[in-house]
Write a protein that binds this ligand. Structure first.
Ligand SMILES: *Cc1c(COP(=O)(O)O)cnc(C)c1O
Ligand code: SF4
Length: 344
């Protein structure tokens, strides 16, 4: 067993395991994990300072996940947009391939909560036959996103097999990998993994930091290894109530990400996913955060704030209103709130 696999095996999977370390009422834990499983790696557990802090909220089950709400398991209609098992094809030139339903840590706010952690991972060989046939017959697809679950929970050999098969399709220009292991299981980013990935360039990795407290020596070192393998790193943050719904926290997170060579890509408004409603914030909170970033810190630290529209209608950026038209004069609001005239 490799070191990262040992760490994964040493993860806690039952809320009662937290009682050794933290003084919380065990009755809080009810039976959430029989519906939505829990896993917290030793690394991620070590980041928790106290119950209900921003790290705890992301990974410790809460009975509110089981409460009845109007939310649905698959609001983005991913299952309906799947031409072959595992593939989600919504946009003309790019698609998502779900290669694993396992993650190092099961985030309580996961947008694929309906299956991540709950359904077995696909049989890769069989799935790849169908997927590669579809991709070969669909030359418009030039960008494929490996997702899950977490693709980097697959072992090196399986990943290599997937990348080899995908690279035999000439019109696939770029391959992206969406992974949270730099944050949750940084020891997974081994020298061997990096040397495999770099054989299949252009590879892009989007990772998923949600709070500045997740940026520590181990996660920074994991990101540095990927960057040193020539892989551009982006970050997708989810706007989460009680975790990062604060302009100062978000600005600090974005600045710290740039300092470890990770470029903020998206801040996601929470999807309307069953079992995650307690994390939702208003859209005006997201706009407030974007106003606190733009102009106040590096443009590089300013991602797009996006809503992924229900039904699979696509991701749309939400911007503060900067421009008002008065005839042929534009009144443009700058980052200080001044209205500046600009002739069209
Ligand atoms: C988010 C997403 C993509 C990628 O969108 P980008 O804006 O290019 O990052 C592609 N397909 C699906 C189904 C998605 O949800
Ligand atoms: S790492 Fe991503 S896919 Fe896995 S549980 Fe967290 S949000 Fe869901």
């Amino acid at each position: 067993m490799k070191q990262w696999q040992r760490s994964l095996a040493e993860s806690i999977t039952s809320p009662e395991d937290l009682l050794h370390q933290f003084d919380v009422d065990p009755s809080r834990f009810s039976n959430v994990v029989t519906r939505y499983p829990m896993r917290i790696t030793p690394h991620y557990l070590s980041l928790i300072r106290e119950p209900f802090d921003p790290i705890w909220r992301q990974c410790v089950p809460d009975p509110i996940e089981l409460s009845k709400d109007e939310l649905v398991p698959d609001p983005l209609n991913e299952e309906g947009l799947s031409p072959v098992p595992g593939l989600i094809h919504r946009y003309p030139d790019r698609a998502v391939l779900v290669v694993s339903t396992a993650c190092a840590v099961y985030c309580r706010f996961c947008m694929r909560k309906r299956k991540v952690g709950c359904t077995p991972s696909p049989a890769i060989g069989r799935m790849l036959d169908d997927v590669c046939r579809y991709l070969s017959e669909t030359p418009a697809i030039r960008d494929l996103i490996l997702s899950g679950g977490d693709p980097l929970l697959l072992d090196d050999e399986t990943l290599e097999e997937i990348l080899e098969r995908l690279r035999s399709i000439p019109h696939l220009e770029i391959i992206r990998i969406g992974t949270r292991v730099p944050v949750t299981l940084p020891e997974r980013i081994t020298t061997r993994l990096c040397s495999i990935l770099k054989r299949f360039h252009p590879i892009y990795v989007n990772t998923h930091f949600n709070h500045p407290a997740e940026i520590v020596a181990a996660s920074a070192a994991a990101c540095a290894k990927l960057s040193d393998a020539g892989i551009p790193l982006g970050n997708q943050t989810v706007l989460l109530r009680g975790v990062n719904d604060d302009p100062a926290v978000m600005k600090h997170l974005m600045q710290r990400l740039l300092a470890i060579r990770v470029r903020p890509y998206y801040i996601h408004q929470m999807d309307l996913v069953q079992g995650t409603g307690h994390f939702r914030t208003s859209v005006s909170k997201g706009i407030e955060i974007m106003e606190a970033l733009r102009g106040h810190t590096s443009g590089l630290a300013t991602p797009y704030y996006v809503i992924d529209l229900p039904g699979g209608k696509g991701k749309v950026p939400v911007l503060p209103e900067y421009v008002q038209r008065r005839g042929d004069v534009l009144l443009v609001r700058n980052y200080l709130g001044e209205m500046v005239e600009y002739r069209d």
